[in-house]
Design a protein around this ligand. Sequence first.
Ligand code: IPE
Ligand code: IPE
Ligand code: MG
Ligand code: MG
Ligand code: MG
Length: 299
Amino acid sequence: MGFEIVLSARAAPLEAMLRQLLDARTLSGEIARPERLMAAMRHGVLNGGKRLRPFLVMESAALFSADGEAALRVAAALECVHCYSLIHDDLPAMDDDDLRRGQPTVHKAFDDATAILAGDALLTLAFDILADEATMLPAERRAALVLALARAAGAGGMVGGQTLDLEAERSRPDEAGIIRLQAMKTGALIRFACEAGAIIGGAAQEDRERLAEFGSAIGLAFQLADDLLDLTADAHQMGKATGKDAAAGKATLVALHGAGWARSQLNGLVGQAHALLEPYGEQAVLLKEAAKFVANRNS
Ligand code: IPE
Ligand code: IPE
Ligand code: MG
Ligand code: MG
Ligand code: MG
């Protein structure tokens, strides 16, 4: 419970930033922001997510004494990509879900075409935010963030992982195959969240790699917990439909090895994640809590 309070406290400035980034005002170079599109984008973003990825960006950045305002904008950019991925993941052509974060999915509240376009615009907005001089970082750090997020989100990252996830309903991958697809569909954005903190703070390459590795460990734990919760939790608790993975024949480690195995794996991953943070001592205490939360969460 304790960590959930920390998460929601950290989410407050992020909500304000997201609200500002999704308002009707046009930016230089834009022509007009259609109200229905903006409303759909707001529906898909300002709807009470846990904001875990933004927390990881901000807390990783704090390890390297990075500028808090810049970290907040990078966190908002990543949340835009995450929310776009959820909007598209819920579409009838993908997981076909009606409920997200306790509310109707974007395609239910609007329509399929608007949901596709809202996702497209959120993805684009993320790179706008990173490149914008208002993200007050040296140009080479902004470029490094753009590159790292593009690699994490694209064909070799999240989108590639979503592709493998859909194929896996038929191709029945083995354990290594499932771990790889999950490292892509879920792990890549969480890994970016942690690595981004090091980039924002101008940390040494060694720290950047260590944070990325920490992100990979908790990213795998995150999807493992999601798959366990799909089996054990109810829709009210999760704010989204559950029991769907087994029904769809989704390839998950829980389906392959069972819930008991998954729980012991989670413990191992938390241990691995904690070990990676040892060099940062007391400063990393909240990131360590985040790792535990990811594995033991119940929503
Ligand atoms: C859900 O992510 C999608 C997965 C990668 C499993 P979250 O559980 O972080 O969703 P929100 O942002 O809190 O709604
Ligand atoms: C989705 O995984 C990961 C994304 C890239 C959005 P899931 O399909 O398991 O996520 P939920 O359970 O719908 O949130
Ligand atoms: Mg899915
Ligand atoms: Mg889904
Ligand atoms: Mg799921």
